[in-house]
Design a protein around this ligand. Sequence first.
Ligand code: AMP
Length: 459
Amino acid sequence: MMEFLKDFQKMGIYLAYNVNVDAIVYLNEKHIESLIKEFGAENIKKRIDEYPREINEPLDFVARLIHTLKTGKPQAVPLVSYEADRWFNSRFKYDFERIGGQVGVIANLLANLDFNKVIAYSPLLGRKQAEMFVNRDNLLYPVVENGRLVLKKPLEAYREDDPVKINRIFEFRAGTKFKLGDETIEVPYSGRFIVACRFEDFARIETSPELKPYLPEIGEMVDGAILSGYQGLRKYYSDGKDANYYLRKAKEDIKLLKKKKDIKIHVEFASIQDRELRKKVIYNIFPLVDSVGMDEAEIAHILSVLGYRELSDRIFTYNRIEDAVLGAKILLDELNLEILQVHTIYYLMYITHDDNPLTEKELMKSLEVGTTLAATRAFLGDIKRPEDVKAGLSIPFNEKGEYVKLRFEEAKAKMRTREYKIVIIPTRLVRNPVSTVGLGDTISAGAFASYLSLLRRKG
Ligand code: AMP
């Protein structure tokens, strides 16, 4: 681990496209009762029955929130009205705000790990957004000034008029009790209700036309790039553009980044509900990149749109490692990736073709970096400096690990695996995590960065 941390100080990574602000409210009885008083129990009940899929007005929010509190199951509902957006700001005092979005999470992580250079890009950069990045000399935002590419600290680069995407997260605790009319409700489980900001402004996943010509230069400055945020795309936009338009632009970006130097590009995949959009992202983007990271549910989602319905259903239903390995093999081959990384709660997996320059032992070491960073974040809530990873190193690999390894060896023995390198390691699992937000992103960033560092050592 320490060797990797030393390597990281010499490395540069480019990140695009998604950042946002997470505004967190810890809900208590008072909050809930005052909302019920303001909107009226009967009105709320009626709206719960109508079950709004989007938040157009505050009552939609209150209804979905109360419904979530009743079931205790985490929910995310899209917010689509600017007026309601403003209402949230005047109605709630946030307990704290932190950076969100994969670029946001990974940028702060890598900068705090003392990477030489982290270049983080998002099409919009408002002041509040800029303030959420760690203020360090190694975390920079690319701008064009007088026909030249300039890297600036986000605080020196933000645009006052850029809108800021704020996702509101209402955290609730099991046991919270309140009255809805005559009904007394006790929240059965702890969890969160997310009001996910879905305005069109934030769905334009692209590099500004001004910056685009400098992508080859940016590629030259770094060892690799992590791209994410494609899940924010829409099928149609009000100005007549569509997902195809943005995906064509996204493909250009990838080619431009690799134009002067053949850098490795990793895509961090997040779930896309719409099957058609999911398929488009996979077919357009994956074949152009080197590495992809995802969790088990996402493998199943992808297999389903590639036509492997039965295997996909099996992964969803039984969660068996042999199915995950089989699925990973299919993805690696059909999309011709260099490396695929899968993270699950109990194990992490890499699969590559047999000609990958790294040995299986080296690949396992790289996965260990991923889980150690995630355990550190789960344990401390945040990673502020390289020394923090000592906390992660002291978290043991989970007990199911041995069983998982055994099942994995059995699965391998039954399958044709000679043309591949497939490795798994158990995760270091924190029993009472301070936070579980961004752990998947942390695993993927750590695994990809250490993969790059091992490739560098091979020369
Ligand atoms: P995601 O849901 O994509 O953010 O990924 C979550 C991943 O974080 C899981 O697959 C686990 O490997 C890891 N993880 C989840 N909970 C913990 C925990 N308590 N301690 C350490 N790692 C965790």
